[in-house]
Design a protein around this ligand. Structure first.
Ligand code: FAD
Length: 388
């Protein structure tokens, strides 16, 4: 590969957002290059719960339209499984989840209420203490690792290029527009840049005069040894989200999060207190899990915007940069995100959804101390408390 050549479009970041965007562009014959500091899917995109049901997003309909077709469109398996069930452990949870049900129904999607007998049929591992649930006849889940790899292979099948182990240090400007990216392997020129660098999007955008407010949080997932496969692998509840893998493992996460300083290049490790909390709630949801060994646990980081919603925008200045930062909803939305970025790059506007609620301009009046106001600040380090 001639790394110094650059491309018409350079995508910074080989997570699912950047890869999907590049795949959409490559399918159109666009000369596109993804520059990734590690390997594809190494950060949040390879560490998430795999859920694909974002009915509060303007991209929801496109998310739901695309997922059932993704294996065929990409030409590689994502392990997509349709539909989800949300379990309520008490009446208050049943009522709380009803708000989400209203939202989905209001958009034309079907949700069935499950009584305890129906719930037990649908979710054989569920606790006898569960009071009921909701069966979403939409949404679903996929395997994050397979999906990231599928995008990467598919984009290359269409002539797109991928440079892994290449860090973008900053963007170069000429005449008020982005002219390229500066990497640890040299300069790469481009006509348009797509910034989809997860936690580093804020820093890289600042270099071209754009303020993208984000703060990093660490979230964790743990995986048990296989349990008997349930009819439907996408079961949430008790404050947890996740999936049962095709092999039967329970892969679950879900609060509490830990606010952290914008981290270095190293991915976050899992921490015992958060993992223990997930394990306890998992055993409450699925009592059989209490007797299953934990095979793995890991942490991932999420870049949260002040309202927790993504930014997908092509700001007027510099005019040739697209900002893509997905907070905690980027895996499921990735097929639709890529489509939206394709539209922003080639047409200047998204042709299938109103992205105004995802624009950067909504943060123009943000208080400088918004992180403190939200309480989204890292806990003091133990060594700092000790005066070390
Ligand atoms: C524990 C956990 C559970 C989650 N569960 C879900 C879920 O169930 N459903 C859902 O939809 N979402 C979920 N999410 C959120 C989802 O994972 C993210 O929103 C999504 O993966 C974001 O993808 P991305 O491509 O935008 O960013 P990332 O995956 O963070 O990718 C950014 C990429 O940019 C690269 N990069 C950064 N800086 C540079 C640089 N300077 N030069 C070159 N490359 C660079 C990084 O190495 C990385 O690969 C979860 C996240 C976590 C952590």
């Amino acid at each position: 590969m001639d790394g110094a050549k650059g491309a018409a479009v350079i995508v910074v970041g080989g997570g699912v957002s950047g890869l999907s965007a590049a795949w959409w562009l490559a399918r159109e014959g666009v000369d596109v290059l993804v520059v990734e500091k590690g390997i594809v899917g190494w950060e949040a995109s390879g560490r998430n719960g795999g859920g694909c049901s974002h009915h509060f997003s303007p991209l929801f309909h496109e998310e739901q339209r695309l997922w059932p077709m993704m294996d065929e469109l990409l030409g590689y398996p994502t392990e997509w499984q349709a539909e989800r069930i949300r379990v309520a452990m008490d009446a208050a949870q049943m009522e709380l989840y009803a708000q989400a049900v209203e939202n989905a129904r209001g958009q034309g999607f079907v949700v069935e209420v499950l009584d305890t007998a129906q719930l037990r049929d649908a979710v054989p591992l569920v606790s006898p203490a569960a009071v009921g649930g909701y069966h979403y006849r939409f949404g679903g889940h996929a395997n994050p690792h397979r999906t990231a790899q599928a995008y990467a292979w598919a984009l290359q099948d269409h002539g797109g290029r991928l440079m892994q182990h290449t860090t973008v240090r900053g963007l170069t400007m000429a005449g008020g527009r982005v002219s390229g990216v500066s990497t640890d392997r040299g300069e790469l020129g481009c006509d348009v840049v797509v910034l989809a660098a997860g936690l580093q999007t804020t820093r890289l955008a600042r270099g071209i005069g754009l303020e993208v407010p984000t703060v990093a949080a660490r979230a964790e997932i743990l995986v048990t040894e296989p349990l008997p496969p349930m009819p439907l692998g996408g079961v949430d509840g008790n404050g947890l989200y996740g999936r049962q893998t095709l092999r039967g493992n329970l892969a679950y996460g879900g609060g509490p999060h830990e606010w952290i300083d914008t981290p270095s290049a190293a991915p976050a490790n899992s921490s015992t207190p958060l993992a223990r909390n997930i394990a306890r709630r998992l055993a409450e949801l699925f009592p059989a899990a209490a007797h299953a060994r934990v095979l793995r646990s890991w942490a991932g980081t999420v870049e949260n915007t002040p309202d927790g919603r993504p930014v997908i925008d092509r700001p007027a200045h510099p005019g040739n940069a697209v900002i893509v930062t997905l907070s905690s909803v980027g895996f499921g939305l990735s097929p639709a995100t890529g489509h939206a970025v394709r539209d922003l790059v080639l047409d200047g506007a998204c042709g299938f959804a109103d992205l105004s609620t995802l624009s950067l301009a909504r943060f123009a009046e943000l208080e400088p101390d918004w992180r403190e106001i939200q309480g989204w600040v890292p806990a003091p380090r133990p060594d700092a408390a000790a005066g070390a």
